[in-house]
Design a protein around this ligand. Structure first.
Ligand code: PEP
Ligand code: MG
Length: 561
């Protein structure tokens, strides 16, 4: 069976099917409330007993502590009281009473400032899941406290679920839905976990505990592989490991072609952990800090202080290296419930990113103030996503100026010279590049969106993969147009979309005049190796025929055969 490559690498392990049991519970009323109460009492004893046993049997201390804390939370009298109230007073079924109580407890924890307490919301979710599955007679697995060496299989995983994956236990994951440039796939690449998306029908083929192998590069799923096959796979995994080891010689090398053309390889990140991984892999800075996950993680918009601390921590980790902070790109596949955004027929063509920022000024200003305040702790740059018009840049800059003025009035320090840039990810911006370039200090090409808008192919739609391609000449021409526009105004152009890590295209992108490549930490060294092993004159020679190709097959032939 085949899906699509979301994150390269080979892996095998026992299947754990990820279900969100909360989705299965609907508001149901019952007649016999007293027997429902009895059922709860017995399930409660069972769950607490189970957790105590798990805690005693856990081999590692941290697991022991987690189960111990869970058994205490499960026995919490206020949780019990709330469930009983919903059954006795409102005649709700046990499952629904559990779901509602779980959700209300989670919301209380999520609203707290302290990260430690926020984390407890996940514990409540896990415990409630345990309760509900018992009440419904189902077996379910949670993403925390997984056994070792598992492959997660799900209909879909949300970006935050993916971000919560424990890399020490999860060897890979496969989803039935999702596209290669969905944010779930992007996080998988950042975590360097082999992953496949769009594996239609997989859930009906596997059960919990089945052995399964996957090739994250080709997208192939191997159901119930033989011992011989697993043996071969182990050898291959070892080879992959050796290749990764060999790449390490490039960690401290300068990114420069054999004829002296200097470039930079930067990292794409969305968390503090990602920033540390970029440094570990020799990244020369951050070309894209996606900030929307800050907004998606909690039940309310993150305040200035919280954001300030997050940006400051990353800037301090990166020292003198540049950190490009992109203002929130909410919308599209990144939903944020508390903004109460209307459901749209075409969310990728709708209310998203800078369009929301310029409308929800307070939300935008909170972020800009936080970035400005953090800017004194390192080398911060601000980047605006989804710019389509000149006017949007002027308006965003105006709001930024207001924030600077406010901070000055309040006597708060910030980098007065902070650079600002825009994402070029809408064809309109690429076409207008020469004029937009006069307004900003840098461009960064977002190919994930640029391709979807150029080809009119939803980046999540797996039926149209053939059209959605890095190799389409229209995309290459728009990149060239963007770089030429920037050159006329004397500003540099980077690329932070997934095309920057398409290794067959490194030379063409260098030839087109790109200054920086921004990729997930796992790709930094292979891109640098490609640059070091080529010369600018060779890259330059590739450009005319690529720009004169009438079909992507010519470009594929030039670079992949
Ligand atoms: C892009 O569109 O290429 C990009 C880097 O932004 P995102 O994937 O977050 O939309
Ligand atoms: Mg984008």
């Amino acid at each position: 069976m085949f899906g699509k490559s979301a994150s390269p690498g080979l892996a095998f392990g026992k299947v754990v099917i990820v279900e969100d049991i909360f989705d299965k519970v609907t508001a149901t009323k019952i007649d016999d409330t007293s027997s429902e109460v009895e059922r709860f009492e017995s399930i409660l004893k069972e769950v607490v007993g189970e957790l105590e046993t798990l805690s005693k049997e856990a081999l590692q201390k941290d697991q022991q502590e987690i189960f111990e804390a869970h058994s205490m939370l499960a026995a919490d009298p206020s949780f019990k009281k709330e469930v009983l109230k919903l059954i006795s007073e409102s005649s709700f079924s046990l499952s629904y009473a559990l779901k509602e109580t779980g959700l209300s407890f989670m919301a209380k924890f999520e609203a707290l400032e302290d990260d430690y307490f926020k984390e407890r919301a996940l514990d409540i979710k896990d415990i409630t899941t345990r309760f509900i599955s018992k009440s419904m007679g189902l077996s379910t697995s949670s993403l925390r406290n997984l056994p070792n060496d598992v492959v997660l299989v799900a209909r879909d995983l949300t970006p935050s679920q993916t971000a919560a994956i424990d890399k020490t236990k999860v060897k890979g994951f496969i989803t039935e839905l999702g596209g290669v440039t969905s944010h779930t796939a992007i996080i998988a690449r950042t975590l360097e976990i082999p992953a496949i998306v769009g594996a239609k029908g997989l859930l009906s083929e596997v059960s919990n505990g089945d052995l399964l192998a996957l090739d994250g590069l080709s997208g192939q799923v191997f159901l119930k592989p033989s011992d011989d096959f697993i043996g071969e796979l182990k050898v291959q995994i070892e080879k992959e490991q050796e290749y990764k080891e060999a790449l390490k010689t490039y960690i401290d090398k300068e990114t420069i072609t054999s004829d002296g053309h200097k470039l930079k390889v930067l990292g794409n990140i969305s968390s503090v952990e990602d920033a540390k991984n970029v440094l570990k892999n020799g990244g020369e800075g951050i070309g894209l800090l996606r900030t929307e996950f800050l907004y998606m993680e909690s039940s309310a918009a993150p305040n200035e202080e919280k954001q300030f601390n997050f940006y400051k921590e990353i800037l301090e980790i990166m020292g003198k290296r540049p950190v490009t902070i992109r203002t929130f790109d909410i919308g599209g596949d990144k939903e944020v419930s508390y903004l109460n955004l209307e459901k749209e027929d075409n969310p990728f063509l709708g209310y998203r990113a800078i369009r929301i920022s310029l409308d929800e000024i307070d939300l935008f200003k909170t972020q800009l103030r936080a970035i400005l305040r953090a800017s004194v702790f390192g080398n911060a740059k601000i980047m605006f996503p989804m710019i389509a018009t000149h006017r949007e840049i002027l308006r965003a800059k105006e709001i930024l100026e207001q924030c600077k003025q406010e901070l000055s009035n309040e006597g708060l320090d910030f980098d007065q010279e902070i650079e600002i840039g825009i994402m070029i990810e809408i064809p309109a911006a690429a076409i207008m590049a020469d004029l937009l370039a006069k307004e900003v200090d840098f461009f960064s090409i977002g190919t994930n969106d640029l391709i979807q808008y150029t080809m009119a192919v939803d980046r999540m739609n797996d039926k149209l993969d053939d059209l959605y391609s890095f190799y389409d000449p229209s995309v290459i021409r728009l990149i060239s147009m963007t770089i030429n526009g920037a050159k006329s105004a004397g500003i540099p152009v980077g690329m932070c979309g997934s095309m920057a890590s398409e290794l067959q295209l490194t030379e063409l992108l260098v030839g087109l005049g790109l200054s920086t490549f921004s990729v997930t930490s796992g790709s930094i060294l292979s891109v640098r190796k490609n640059i070091i092993e080529t010369s600018f004159s060779k890259c330059d020679e590739l450009v005319p025929s690529a720009l004169n190709s009438s079909d992507k097959s010519h470009i594929l032939e030039m670079f992949t055969l």
